[in-house]
Design a protein around this ligand. Structure first.
Ligand code: HPA
Length: 292
């Protein structure tokens, strides 16, 4: 992409996102008039929650102008609009990843779009490898904080003030009140939600054991290939963020085993019921204004 003179009057190689977002928003609003209050991103093998929404309306990513489409197996590639009680919500079944070769603006386009449509809260989920002491395959983890190790940031380029400020604070990127509420929901449902720091890497290789040792030293408890860029874009726009990792495997070198995507999808499938109940419990609480 060559240098362009942007509407903000600076030379940039980065395309402005607002016009693109407005086009996509108009298209969706024509198809589906109701504004969602909450947006969800459902990661690898975790798309089933969207099926539980009432009065569902599916909009494939491919029907939304400006939206890139993921090719990863286990990622459906749809926006699913629907209700939890009286509350309107939208879920992304699948996401696009940096490692597929998409520009960072495409990676965060879906989350920006859900927020543009009205979502004030976003729930971002992923499959991840566990590298913290207390984690086992099959655990669900509340994300308390993250390490963005992708080498990218969706806010590079001219800042678009209609989206947010130039230098967003990331101190409480993952909303503490939503996190506490989610911990309580899990407890009431009879299981312990683990909590920790998620390290987001570029991928698509899984980590080497040396990298996992480094990540542990840096304070990571889970490692994956998504989420962090979406959270940055969401915080830039002022949305509240709740994040969950499904620990599908222990990270490289933590057991004698090698890693495979099949193991990731198999574990996600195994914990699908618990994960769906957790999301349902949290969304029901948000719908009932129980989360301050
Ligand atoms: N590493 C990175 N991404 C992942 C992993 C992992 O071990 N498991 C699921 N996604």
């Amino acid at each position: 992409m060559g240098l362009k003179h942007s509407a903000l009057g600076v030379m940039t190689t980065y395309e402005l996102q607002m016009p693109r977002l407005e086009r996509a928003r108009d298209t969706i609003q024509k198809l589906h008039g109701t504004a969602p209050k909450v947006g969800l991103v459902l990661g690898s093998g975790l798309g089933a929650y969207a099926d539980t929404l009432a009065s569902k309306k599916i909009v494939p990513f491919a029907d939304v102008p400006g939206m890139a489409v993921s090719k990863v197996v286990g990622h459906a590639g749809n926006f699913v609009f629907g209700n939890v009680g009286d509350m309107h919500a939208v879920a992304m079944q699948g996401r696009v990843h940096l490692y597929e070769g998409h520009p960072v603006a495409d990676v965060v386009f879906g989350i920006r779009l859900m927020i543009s449509l009205g979502a004030k809260t976003v729930i971002i989920t992923n499959a991840a490898g566990g590298c913290g002491q207390q984690l086992s395959a099959g655990d669900l983890m509340l994300i308390d904080d993250h390490l963005n190790l992708t080498g990218q940031n969706p806010l590079v380029g001219a800042n678009e003030p209609d989206l947010g400020v130039r230098f967003p604070d990331m101190t409480r990127a993952y909303d503490p009140a939503l996190g506490t509420y989610a911990m309580d929901v899990a407890k009431k449902q009879g299981f312990t939600l683990k909590r920790g720091v998620y390290a987001g890497l570029l991928g698509p290789t899984y980590e080497t054991p040396a990298e996992v040792r480094m990540l542990r030293g840096l304070g990571a408890h889970a490692v994956g290939m998504s989420t962090v860029l979406e959270v940055i874009a969401a915080r830039h726009m002022g949305a509240r963020v709740l994040g969950f990792s499904c620990i599908t495997n222990l990270a490289a070198g933590m057991t004698g085993e090698t890693l495979s995507h099949d193991e990731v999808t198999e574990t996600a499938e195994r914990v699908k019921g618990q994960f769906t109940s957790l999301l349902h419990g949290v969304l029901t609480g948000i719908a009932a204004n129980e989360v301050k």
